[in-house]
Every structure is written in structure tokens, then in C-alpha cells.
Design a binder for this molecule. Structure first.
Ligand SMILES: C[S@@+](CC[C@H](N)C(=O)[O-])C[C@H]1O[C@@H](n2cnc3c(N)ncnc32)[C@H](O)[C@@H]1O
Length: 337
């Protein structure tokens, strides 16, 4: 075993693994799609059950070395594709998939690699690309208009000082191109002097916004869950672990409004598309959260929420209302960089 690969693999702690295994029930076998392979924590646990097959996907080329080890060990029970999960239909056959799992966001492998510029502790280039991405955060910061930066930081980061931060970025880049993470951190800290909270690092929200924008994470999520619901077999499950409120809002809306037990709309409201069809069986509205014990062992899991739904036997119809509802994010991520 190559020691660098093995340390990579184990440097990510899989979030809510026992809950994922309990809900997806791999004991009986079946085809599982791990859309966010990362350090391979979920794939490995699923493959320990002899009758399972796993197709894993990740956009990040850095995890290929881990996937290659899995291929050697599990042979024809494991396949890996470097893809964005919004393209999952290119490697999956419709209606033979039992379970699709998405564990959104960044892995610790990515966050802790300071060369990649995801962490505000880094002094390296402002990269923030996860893989199969068009432009880096450095390009975005230096080339988008000030008002576009305000929208990105306010809407994707939910940062109330977005205007001040964008103003100071625009001022600084006139002097010199902003290239390093610590330069951006200084600009944010200067802009948030009055709003310093001891609970949250002042850069957290702006970094979240840039990372989401650079990797088009909301577009990926929306297209990914639509593709998943098209591919899953009736009775198949989709499980999603999310880490911030925009993601959770989208997942909750999709599962709740396209399930059999959705609340009936008022008869005075105009009829919407989702009044007529349901992609999912009865949906349990409560999100599952990590136990206190897990949070103690792995602090980044504290903001995780797990939601899942079971595919109904109704024919797939494209959920146009989901797109309409969250168009604001899709339009924002579609800004031409
Ligand atoms: C939180 S980690 C997953 C960790 C994994 N569950 C484990 O146990 O090791 C998220 C992974 O998903 C990948 N990822 C994020 N968005 C993606 C997308 N749209 N398509 C494919 N992979 C994506 C990231 O590159 C990262 O490796």
C-alpha cells in the first residue's frame, strides 16, 4: 500500500456513516452509487457487504489514486468515474440503481491541502477548484464586477457585509491583482471590523460563497437530484448529507413537494406542476443529525443534515417547479466568467 494514498484515504472521517448504512441496507445487496467518493468512506463500508456493487463518482482527480486501490481490492464490484454528479446518467443505466448517495461539499482531504486555497489558513493561491471547474476563485475575484461580487457574497454566503467586502476587493485589485488567500482574508477582516463574531471566523461566509460559485455547487445539486430521481428504480433510495442552509432548503423542498404525503395546496392557489405527480413515497420531514458522540470525534460534522426519500413507482416527469423555485441561485451561478 502506498503510504501517501493510505493517509489520504483515512484523513476524511465519513459523516453519519452508521445512519447511511442503516437506511441504505446493503445487507441484501444491490447497486449503490456513491456520487461523492472523496476518501471512499461510504464506498468502503458498502463494499464490506458481499452482495453489493458500488459505482463511485467524484469530480476531483486527486482521489483517483484511492479509487485505484479500491478497484484492485474489490475488482468487478467497484467502478470509479471522474465526473460531476450532474453527469451521472452518462455512466448509469436507468432503473437498475437501488441507492444513490450524495455527501455534499468538501472533504477534509481537500480542505487540509493548503495548496488548494479552500482554507482561510492558507497563504497559497486563491484556487478553490474541486475539479472539472472552469475558473478559479482568483479569476472570479479579479474579473467580476463589484455588483456581481456583492450578489455572490450576499446570496451564496448569506453575508450581511457583502457590500463592504466587495467594495474593498474592488479597491484592492486596482492597486494589484489579488492572488493569495491571506490577501483576501485581510480584505475581509478589514471590511468586517464592526461585525467580528467570536463564534464564526469573519472569512467563513465569503469563502463559502466563492467556493460554491467557483464550483457551481447549487446547479450541481439541483441537476444531480433530478438526475438521481430519474435513474433510481421504484423503491430505490436517495440519501443526501448537506452542510449549509441553501443546500438543505433545496433538498427539503424537493423531497417534501414531490412526495405522496406533501401538504395539499390551498384550493385558492393556482395549480402548480407538483400538485399532479410525486416522484417519492411518503417522506419523513425531519432531518437526521449526527450524534453528540460523533460531533465530539469529528467537529466538522456538527452542521451536517441527512435527508432521504424513496422513489415511488410513478413515471419520471421533469420537476420544473424545482427549477422555478430556485432560479435565483441558478441564474447567479450562470454568470459568464
Ligand atoms: C464531503 S466529501 C465526501 C466524503 C466521502 N463520503 C467519504 O466518506 O470519504 C465530498 C466529495 O464530493 C466531491 N464532489 C463535490 N461536488 C461534486 C460534484 N458536483 N460532482 C462530483 N463530485 C463532487 C468532492 O470533490 C469531494 O471529494
Amino acid at each position: 500500500m502506498n503510504s501517501q494514498t493510505s493517509s489520504l484515504e483515512f484523513s476524511h472521517f465519513p459523516v453519519m456513516l452508521s445512519e447511511i448504512i442503516q437506511i441504505s441496507n446493503p445487507k441484501k445487496g444491490g447497486l449503490f452509487v456513491d456520487c461523492t467518493f472523496g476518501g471512499g468512506g461510504y464506498s468502503k463500508a458498502l463494499l464490506e457487504f458481499q452482495k453489493t456493487k458500488v459505482i463511485a463518482i467524484d469530480r476531483d482527480s486527486n482521489v483517483i489514486s484511492i479509487a485505484n486501490k479500491f478497484k484492485k481490492k474489490f475488482k468487478n464490484r467497484f467502478q470509479f468515474y471522474q465526473l460531476r454528479f450532474s453527469q451521472m446518467e452518462t455512466v448509469l443505466r436507468k432503473e437498475n440503481v437501488d441507492t444513490i448517495i450524495l455527501d455534499l461539499g468538501l472533504s477534509s482531504i481537500q480542505l487540509n491541502n493548503l495548496d488548494r486555497g479552500f482554507s482561510f489558513k492558507s497563504k497559497k493561491n486563491l484556487d478553490m477548484t474541486m475539479g472539472l471547474t472552469d475558473k478559479s476563485a482568483q479569476y472570479v475575484i479579479n474579473n467580476l464586477s463589484e455588483s456581481q461580487l456583492v450578489s455572490i457574497i450576499r446570496i451564496l454566503g448569506e453575508e450581511k457585509d457583502a457590500k463592504k467586502i466587495a467594495r474593498n476587493i474592488a479597491k484592492a485589485r486596482v492597486e494589484k491583482e489579488i492572488t493569495r488567500v491571506d490577501e483576501l482574508v485581510n480584505i475581509i477582516e478589514k471590511s468586517k471590523k464592526k461585525n467580528f463574531s467570536p463564534k464564526i471566523n469573519p472569512s467563513t461566509k465569503t469563502f463559502q460563497a466563492l467556493r460554491i460559485f467557483v464550483n457551481k455547487e447549487i446547479t450541481e445539486l439541483i441537476n444531480g437530484i433530478i438526475k438521481a430521481s430519474q435513474i433510481l428504480k421504484p423503491g430505490g433510495k436517495i440519501l443526501i448529507v448537506s452542510f449549509h442552509s441553501i443546500e438543505d432548503k433545496i433538498i427539503k423542498y424537493f423531497f417534501k413537494n414531490f412526495s405522496k404525503n406533501r401538504s395539499k395546496p390551498s384550493r385558492y392557489l393556482p395549480e402548480t406542476q407538483n400538485d399532479n405527480f410525486c416522484l417519492f413515497d411518503n417522506y419523513s420531514h425531519k432531518a437526521i443529525k449526527p450524534s453528540k458522540n460523533e460531533i465530539k470525534k469529528n467537529n466538522p460534522s456538527r452542521s451536517a443534515k441527512l435527508r432521504y426519500a424513496t422513489r415511488s413507482n410513478q413515471k419520471f416527469i421533469f420537476p420544473t417547479d424545482l427549477i422555478k423555485k430556485f432560479n435565483k441561485y441558478l441564474n447567479l451561478e450562470a454568470i459568464n466568467v
